[in-house]
Write a protein of this length. Structure first.
Length: 591
C-alpha cells in the first residue's frame, strides 16, 4: 500500500498516512484518521485535567473533598475510597443503546450520570492536593507523578524526594527548579541534565559536580561558566555569590540564559535508542514522533509520556506493559487492545471508555470495575455483546456526531472535545497548545473564566523581602500577590501562600521566596522544553565553527572544513536562536 495525503478536518492542513500506519489501523480494525497527528494530540489533551482543583462534596457521603471536577458542572462525584468500594451499583446508570441518537450524545449522558472518582490518585498519604498521582507521601501541589516523598510544586516526578518546583524528573533529591533531568542531588536550576550533584545553573550536563553556570559538560568538576578551576578556586568564587537574594538570582538566570546560547545543542535527546524520532526518549526502538519515552517502547508512533509500550499509536500517559493501544489518555498497565480510552487501566478489548478498571470487552462505558461485555454500562451476554457492537459501529458511521464547528465524528474518532468534562484552559491542552479565550472560542472549545474573588494580598510582590534571611516565620499562611496578577494566560491564581515545609526548604537551601504562584512557575518551566513537534533541518556545523559563527569547534569533525551534510528531525524550529548540531558533531564537541 502506498502513502496517502489527506486534509485534516480540524486545521485543514495536509498530512500523510504512511503504509505502516495503514497496517496498524488494519490490525486494530479502525479506519484511518481524519485529523492530523498534532490536532489529534490536542484533542486528547482536552480530556485531561491535571492542575485545576476544586473544593466539592461527595455525592454519596456528603463528605468534603478536593476534586478535579468543577462543582458547577453536572457530574456525579464520589470520594476516592467510596468510589472503589462495593457500596454502590456500578450498573445502575446502564441504558439501552438508542439507534435514534448519535453514539457520542448517549455517551455524554452516561458520563453525567455515572459516579466518577474525585481525583485520579491512588495510595497517596498526606498528599491530597494533587492529581493523577500514585504512591506519594507528604507531597503538595504535585501532579502526574509516581513514588515521591516530600516534594512540592511539581509535575511528572518519579522517585523524587525533598525537592521543590520540578517538571519531568526522575531520581532527584534536595533540588530546586529542575526540568527534564534525572539523577540529581543538591542541584538548583538544571535543565536536561543527568547524574550530577552540588551544582547550580547547569544545562545539558552529565556526571557534573561542584559546577556553576555550565553547558555541555561531561564528567567535570569545579567549573564556572565552562571554565575549569581548582577546588580551592571554585570554593572561593562561590562564596562571593549570595544565591539567597532574589535580585542576584534573577541576574544570574538572565546571564546564564544568554550564555547557554553560545553552545551547540544536540538535535534531540534520544539515548540508547534504535530508529527513533522525537525527543526525550530512552532505551526504545522503532518509534516515531514520540516524546518523553522512558524506556521499553517499541513499534509505536505519536506516543507521549510512555513506558513499557508496544505496537501502539496516539497516546498520552501510555504503557505499563501494554500493547495495541490507540487514541488514549492515561491508559494502560497490563492492558491490550484499548481504543479511544481515558483514565482506563488493566483492561482488555475495550473501546470508548472513561475511568474503567480491570475489565474486558466494554464499549462506551464509564466508571466500571471488573466487568465484561457491557455497552453503555448495561450488562450483556457474550453473544449479545458480539452481535450488538458491530451494529453500533455501523450506526456511528451512518449517524455520526457533528460538533458546533461542523467536524464529523464517525467510528474511529476520539471523543469530541466539546463533550469533555473540562474547559480547554483547565486541561493540559492549554499547557502544550496555549490559546487565548478568543482563540479557544473561535475553535469551538469551551473556556472557564476565573472565579470572581476579592483577593486582598497581605503582601504585595514588591514588598517581598529580597533575601531569604530577612523573611520571618510569620509569612507562612499569608496571602502573597503573584507578580502576574492574573494578567497572563497561565492559569494564574493571582495569589499564593507559603507553607511551613516550603519555607524551611528555602532557608535550608538559601533561596529567596518566589514571586509567581505555583501555576505560573510551572508554565515558566514548560517554556524551557521544546514543543511536541518536529521540523526537518540540517546540522548547523559549518566545518570549523557553527554556521552563525558564534561557536568555534574544538576538534576536527568527520566532514573536515566543509559543512556537515547530516539532516534530521528536531524539535528546534528553524527560526530559533539555538545552535543545533547532529548527533555526530555534538558528541565530537562534548564527549
Amino acid at each position: 500500500m502506498k502513502s496517502e495525503t489527506k486534509t485534516c478536518q480540524n486545521c485543514k492542513k495536509e498530512f500523510t498516512i504512511e503504509p505502516e500506519d495503514f497496517d496498524f489501523y488494519a490490525k486494530i480494525k479502525v479506519p484511518p484518521p481524519t485529523w492530523c497527528s498534532e490536532c489529534r494530540m490536542q484533542r486528547r489533551f482536552m480530556w485531561r485535567n491535571e492542575r485545576a482543583l476544586y473544593k466539592g462534596k461527595c455525592s454519596a457521603t456528603d463528605k468534603k473533598v478536593i476534586t478535579m471536577f468543577d462543582p458547577k458542572t453536572p457530574f456525579v462525584v464520589y470520594e476516592h475510597e467510596y468510589w472503589w468500594s462495593d457500596k454502590w451499583d456500578q450498573l445502575a446508570s446502564g441504558r439501552d443503546y438508542d439507534f435514534s441518537k448519535p453514539f457520542f450524545v448517549q455517551f455524554r449522558k452516561l458520563l453525567e450520570s455515572q459516579p466518577l472518582p474525585n481525583l485520579a490518585n491512588s495510595n497517596v498519604v498526606n498528599s491530597e492536593y494533587g492529581n493523577h498521582n500514585a504512591d506519594m507521601k507528604n507531597c503538595y501541589l504535585v501532579y502526574a507523578s509516581y513514588k515521591n516523598e516530600n516534594a512540592l510544586y511539581g509535575s511528572g516526578l518519579v522517585n523524587c524526594r525533598d525537592s521543590v518546583d520540578v517538571y519531568l524528573a526522575q531520581g532527584i533529591e534536595k533540588s530546586y527548579e529542575i526540568s527534564c533531568s534525572a539523577g540529581l542531588y543538591n542541584v538548583i536550576f538544571a535543565h536536561d541534565s543527568d547524574n550530577s550533584f552540588d551544582s547550580k545553573f547547569i544545562h545539558l550536563c552529565v556526571n557534573t559536580n561542584n559546577s556553576y553556570g555550565c553547558v555541555n559538560l561531561r564528567s567535570k568538576s569545579n567549573f564556572i561558566f565552562n571554565k575549569p578551576h581548582t577546588k580551592e578556586e571554585y570554593k572561593k568564587e562561590m562564596q562571593k555569590i549570595d544565591f539567597g537574594s532574589y535580585k542576584i538570582l534573577s541576574d544570574i538566570r538572565n546571564r546564564f540564559k544568554i550564555f547557554s546560547l553560545k553552545y551547540p545543542r544536540r538535535y534531540a535527546s534520544i539515548i540508547k535508542c534504535t530508529n527513533v524520532s522525537g525527543d526525550m526518549a530512552r532505551n526504545s526502538k522503532n518509534c516515531h514522533h514520540c516524546f518523553d519515552v522512558y524506556g521499553n517502547v517499541e513499534d509505536s508512533k505519536f506516543a507521549i509520556h510512555a513506558v513499557d509500550l508496544k505496537d501502539s499509536y496516539d497516546g498520552y500517559g501510555f504503557g505499563g506493559v501494554a500493547e495495541l493501544m490507540y487514541e488514549g489518555v492515561d491508559s494502560g498497565i497490563n492492558a491490550s487492545r484499548n481504543k479511544f480510552t481515558v483514565f482506563t487501566h488493566g483492561c482488555q478489548d475495550v473501546a470508548y471508555t472513561y475511568t474503567c478498571r480491570f475489565s474486558f470487552n466494554l464499549f462506551g462505558c464509564v466508571g466500571l470495575k471488573s466487568k465484561q461485555y457491557c455497552i453503555l454500562n448495561k450488562q450483556y451476554t457474550k453473544e449479545e455483546y458480539e452481535r450488538l457492537v458491530p451494529k453500533i459501529i455501523q450506526h456511528m458511521n451512518e449517524m455520526p456526531y457533528i460538533d458546533k464547528k461542523g467536524r464529523v465524528y464517525k467510528y474511529g474518532e476520539f471523543f469530541p472535545s466539546e463533550l469533555s468534562p473540562f474547559a480547554y484552559n483547565e486541561t493540559i491542552a492549554q499547557e502544550y497548545f496555549p490559546l487565548s479565550k478568543a482563540e479557544a472560542k473561535s475553535k469551538g472549545y469551551s473556556w472557564k473564566d476565573p472565579e470572581e474573588r476579592d483577593i486582598k494580598p497581605d503582601i504585595k510582590t514588591e514588598d517581598i523581602p529580597d533575601h531569604i534571611k530577612d523573611v520571618k516565620d510569620d509569612i507562612v499562611g499569608k496571602v502573597i500577590e503573584c507578580q502576574h496578577q492574573g494578567k497572563c494566560n497561565e492559569q494564574c491564581t493571582e495569589a499564593f501562600r507559603i507553607i511551613p515545609q516550603e519555607l524551611e526548604f528555602y532557608k535550608r537551601m538559601n533561596l529567596p521566596l518566589p514571586r509567581l504562584c505555583p501555576n505560573c512557575r510551572h508554565y515558566q518551566r514548560l517554556k524551557q522544553r521544546n514543543p511536541l513537534k518536529l521540523w526537518h533541518r540540517k546540522c548547523q556545523c559549518a566545518g570549523t565553527q557553527s554556521d552563525n559563527g558564534i561557536y568555534k569547534n574544538t576538534i576536527e569533525h568527520f566532514h573536515g572544513k566543509e559543512p556537515c551534510p547530516n539532516e534530521f528531525e528536531t524539535t528546534y524550529s528553524p527560526e530559533r536562536p539555538e545552535i543545533v548540531y547532529c548527533e555526530e558533531c555534538y558528541l565530537k564537541e562534548v564527549v
